[in-house]
Design a protein around this ligand. Structure first.
Ligand code: NAD
Ligand code: DAU
Length: 336
């Protein structure tokens, strides 16, 4: 039987990769994409996709607008990607993070309950667990200890989602994934920023001592993990998704510079991010044991493909660089 997925934030990086993957591989799914089209959205990410696909411009924090969409459509699954997603922006302006990430999620939960959706999947992040100092990894049992306004808003959303399971027995699932990279990622994030600045022979700002560690995962591996959880996950459960690719920021940047034959002198050490989490590492043995999930990309192969994508899609990122992004970049990096 055909299912209708309501996907929020489908014009963003991961949402667009998810929708493309589903529409390329499944004939039995209709997608409704709700996106308010913030700075991070790009409708071009889904150019050419019209079959089994509809778009509504709406803000998930606007319950009336959402309610209209739920009334007009029979929705089977809700997959909530929509969020303010950038830690640095959350340090500058926390309130839009609680509005979208917390109030928006609550609206979706209430309407999904009212309309009896079959499954509600919240796309969350490893950042809700906080920061790792020495050894060890985050498991699903690690207590939540978010340290930025972004991660605090995501943790609050996760708690609301779980509260709907315990209180109303709602069919909810949560995935928590590590740092994604790949095609269509907005240039504010470390990997596209490094590739684009290097291509433009521009300095690459490296925060603090450059030794903060992230567990990088190719976005298509994340998407495949999400599909597994949607299909096989148990309600009320959290599933960690990771890339098995812990790497220091400095090493990511050096890899990209070497690949593009650019000098290491482009690296500029700058003032650290406030409250900068030192290390993230994911134990994803639960989704591995229960569903056979394993990331397919090795980091080098994923980075090579991603570098090629940005080299071959200059039009995509040039348009972004010429807009509001210029102002953002100045505010974030000038005199840093
Ligand atoms: P993104 O910033 O690239 O895209 C977010 C999308 O949500 C945009 O299209 C934006 O217009 C839309 N949006 C924002 N506010 C909205 C609102 N109020 N109403 C409707 N739409 C709105 O984000 P991303 O990197 O694709 O992340 C997607 C989700 O995955 C987020 O929930 C994020 O927390 C989570 N996540 C991201 C990563 C990562 O490394 N990028 C890792 C783990 C989890
Ligand atoms: O871990 C999952 C999270 O990964 C997601 O939940 C977030 O939505 C996503 O933005 C990402 O958060 P990070 O803060 O880890 O990603 P970002 O690309 O902003 O930064 C990665 C690392 O690189 C981090 O240690 C900060 C550093 N950095 C980042 C930028 C933008 C720099 O050194 N210089 C930079 O200019």
């Amino acid at each position: 039987m055909k299912k209708t997925y309501l996907v929020t934030g489908g014009f963003g990086f991961i949402g667009a990769n998810f929708i493309r993957y589903i529409l390329d591989n499944r004939k039995d799914v209709d997608i409704i994409n709700i996106d308010s089209i913030t700075y991070a959205a790009n409708p071009e990410n889904l150019a050419g996709y019209t079959k089994n696909y509809r778009f509504y411009k709406a803000d998930i924090a606007d319950k009336q607008a959402l309610s209209k969409i739920f009334n007009e459509n029979k929705i089977d699954f809700v997959i909530n990607f929509a969020a303010e997603s950038h830690v640095d922006r959350s340090i500058l302006e926390p309130s839009i993070f609680t509005r979208t990430n917390v109030e928006g999620t609550l609206n979706l939960l209430e309407l999904s309950m009212k309309h009896k959706v079959e499954k509600f999947l919240q796309i969350s992040t490893d950042e809700v667990y906080g920061s790792l100092g020495g050894a060890g990894k985050f498991t699903e049992e690690t207590p939540l200890s978010p340290r930025s306004p972004y991660s605090a808003s995501k943790a609050a959303a996760d708690m609301l989602v779980m509260s709907f399971f315990h209180t109303y027995n709602m069919p909810v699932l949560i995935t928590r994934c590590s740092n994604n990279y790949g095609p269509y990622q907005f240039p504010e994030k470390l990997i596209p920023l490094t590739i684009i600045n290097a291509l433009n022979d521009k300095e690459i700002p490296l925060y603090g001592d450059g030794k903060n560690v992230r567990d990088w995962i190719h976005v298509l591996d994340h998407v495949k993990g999400i599909c597994l959880v949607l299909e096989k996950g148990d309600f009320g459960e959290v599933y960690n998704i990771g890339g098995n690719a812990e790497t220091k920021n400095i090493d990511i940047i050096i890899y990209i510079l070497d690949k593009l034959n650019k000098p290491h002198s482009l690296i500029k050490y700058v003032k650290d991010r406030l409250g900068h989490d030192r290390r993230y590492a994911m134990d994803f043995s639960k989704i591995n044991k229960n569903m056979g999930f394993l990331p397919e990309y090795f980091l080098e192969k994923g980075l090579d493909d991603t570098i090629d994508w940005y080299v071959n899609n200059e039009n995509w990122w040039r348009k972004i660089l010429s807009g509001d992004y210029k102002e953002y970049y100045k505010k974030m990096y000038e005199n840093r």
